[in-house]
Ligand binder design. Structure first.
Ligand code: NAP
Length: 247
């Protein structure tokens, strides 16, 4: 056993789903490294909450859209300094609009952060985990990557692409005891969904058999399971956490 810290890296761990995932993995015993891009004060709050609970965490400003910065982060903060047991590719954004009117820039930005960014983290993590011959990678996709959604062609394409990336990486990395799975949240109450008009929220609720919005804790529980000892024989799967909205 190495005496390096057992790290779980959570991208976009400063708010919403990522925050709850970070807190849950810290309570599972990992030292959590979380990334953010624009709100250091939110990231600091998560670190403080984890430490107040007796856990360990560090926050890093690291733009998921910057591949060079991601490579540099692994070189400076992970390689030789941590046993990277878990990667959670959670950071994501929306730039919604109907396809016919969607700006090229909004397409490019969403694909760069939500898909290419995940690839960059996965690529770097797989080198480290490959040497360790152990790792758990969990990609946060979305129900709309499975179903499609009017007004979100860029986001849905990125999230569907992330499912393909998950399955390919699962096949490539299985020989080194690295599992790669995706969690596909349905409609979860966070800053991302708080922006939606009440009429949209009501029409979503009507499509959810369990008749309630999901909470970030519901996603954190699924991630904790996939990162934990009970999930060692699960790879290449998409675990829907959606109240039955998509079956
Ligand atoms: P959120 O509340 O908007 O939080 C997004 C997080 O990602 C923040 O910590 C943010 O940090 C970070 N982030 C954004 N852009 C980044 C970048 N370029 N580099 C690094 N970090 C970045 O989002 P959420 O609702 O929790 O969603 C989390 C994930 O779940 C996303 O991948 C989303 O697509 C997926 N998801 C959400 C839902 C839902 O209903 N909420 C449903 C399905 C899937 P800053 O605060 O510093 O910007």
């Amino acid at each position: 056993m190495s005496d390096l810290p057992r790290v779980a890296l959570v991208t976009g761990g400063s708010r919403g789903i990522g925050r709850k995932v970070a807190e849950r993995l810290a309570s599972d015993g990992f030292e959590v490294f979380l990334t953010y891009v624009s709100r250091p004060e939110e990231a600091d709050k998560v670190v403080a909450a984890i430490e107040a609970d007796g856990g360990k965490a560090r926050a890093f400003r690291l733009d998921s859209g910057d591949r060079d910065a991601i490579a540099g982060f692994f070189r400076d903060e992970i390689k030789g300094k941590a046993t990277l047991e878990v990667l959670v590719n959670n950071a994501g954004i929306t730039r919604d609009g109907l396809m016919m009117r969607m700006k090229d820039e909004d397409w490019d930005t969403v694909l760069r952060i939500n898909l290419t960014g995940c690839f960059a983290f996965l690529k770097e993590a797989s080198k480290i985990m490959g040497k360790q011959r152990f790792g758990r990678i969990i990609n946060i996709t979305s129900i709309v990557g499975q179903m499609g959604n009017a007004g979100q062609a860029n986001y849905c394409a990125a999230k569907a692409g992330l499912i393909g990336l998950t399955k390919s990486a699962a096949r490539e990395l299985a020989g080194r005891s690295i599992t790669v799975n995706a969690v596909a949240p349905g409609f979860i109450q966070t800053d991302m969904t708080d922006q939606l008009p009440e009429a949209v929220v009501q029409s979503m609720l009507a499509q959810i058999p369990l008749n309630t919005l999901g909470q970030s804790e519901d996603i954190a529980a699924a991630v904790s399971f996939l990162a934990g000892p009970g999930a060692g024989y699960i790879t290449g799967q998409v675990l829907g956490v959606n109240g039955g909205m998509y079956m």
